[in-house]
Write a protein that binds this ligand. Sequence first.
Ligand code: NAP
Length: 367
Amino acid sequence: MLTTACSYIYKTYKKKMERVGEQVIRNKQVIFKDYISGLPKESDFLVKNENTTTLKLPEGSEAILVKNLYLSVDPYMRLLMQKFNTGGIFTPYQLSSALEGYGVSKILESTHPKYKKGELVWGPTKWEEYSILSNTQRLFKIEHTDIPLSLYTGILGMPGLTAYGAFFKVCSPKKGDCVFVSSAFGAVGQLVGQFAKHMGCYVVGSAGCDQKVNMLKSKFGFDEAFNYKEEPDLDAALKRYFPEGIDIYFENVGGKMLDIVLLNMKFEGRIAVCGMVSQYNNVDNFEGVKNLMHLVFKAIRMEGLQVYQYYHLYPKMLEFMLPLVRQKKINYVEEIVEGLEKAPTSLVGLFDGNNYGKQVIQVARDL
Ligand code: NAP
């Protein structure tokens, strides 16, 4: 009975794959099941094997068909798993559809005048093996292929551009500034710390385990680092590392950390609000911040940002970053997991600090 059923399913599948005149291929996907509140779980996603896609673009379309090589696992994705008011900035995921996120892809076919078959791009794509992308406005062509392609999900991709734009534009760094970076071992934080050292600043980072803390000092050259989970008194910790106060706070976590940092800022300090990962599972009830009066007392400039604001800076960022990457003068830790099956675990792991550096999913081995 079981054998007959299996044989039927196989024959139907094969037939589907061999439709005359079309090349049809399996398209494994990570499907978003339902809106959530609280922490994401592996069961919020379904890795679906049965879907197929036609390796041909619709007539008259202006789109590209890509094979996804690497996918970027990013904290903001959690925000798209829930409907709430973001002032129109984020559009929640569609139910029963493949997740959307940043990635590195190879163009298999193009009906778009700007793109050619065989080119490599990074930017928004979907969590599946093959995608048809009709919104190509936020894609960047990859011209420098001597660099490992996975790095275009990180140091040379969206997190890199965020770190570059936010640090140099919002923080206005200068030599000797005292800089504090939270979630410092993350995709963005590890770069901000190194940019700050490059500028001659004193840099301290916080992270959620001792191994990350040690690496911040030994690999990325932070002057000091601490494990925020082991500090019962965050105020005392910040006073220990910044006896004269903080000039620049690069905010990645929000909540209690921001409140305590406000108490420790110097006059005319700058706070770049890049993200608040501690709040992403709590959007119905964001944690309050009590010490905002310190913005006034100390004439602090606190500024939120979106990476899109820096898209025009990408060529400038490459000019700055490529020599540093090629000469290994900048370090970057990425954790690459293989296969879409592992994607849900990888995304969920961001929220308990299980990731070790930039989280990347390798979807395909070959180009
Ligand atoms: P990431 O740091 O690589 O990954 C998330 C990290 O957040 C985890 O590894 C964990 O590190 C930490 N974390 C998780 N839950 C936490 C909590 N409750 N309290 C404190 N730390 C927590 O992420 P990323 O890509 O570098 O992003 C860093 C921040 O920048 C995020 O807030 C992200 O949303 C934001 N971002 C903003 C933009 C923009 O355009 N505005 C662009 C990119 C990223 P530990 O082990 O250290 O706890």
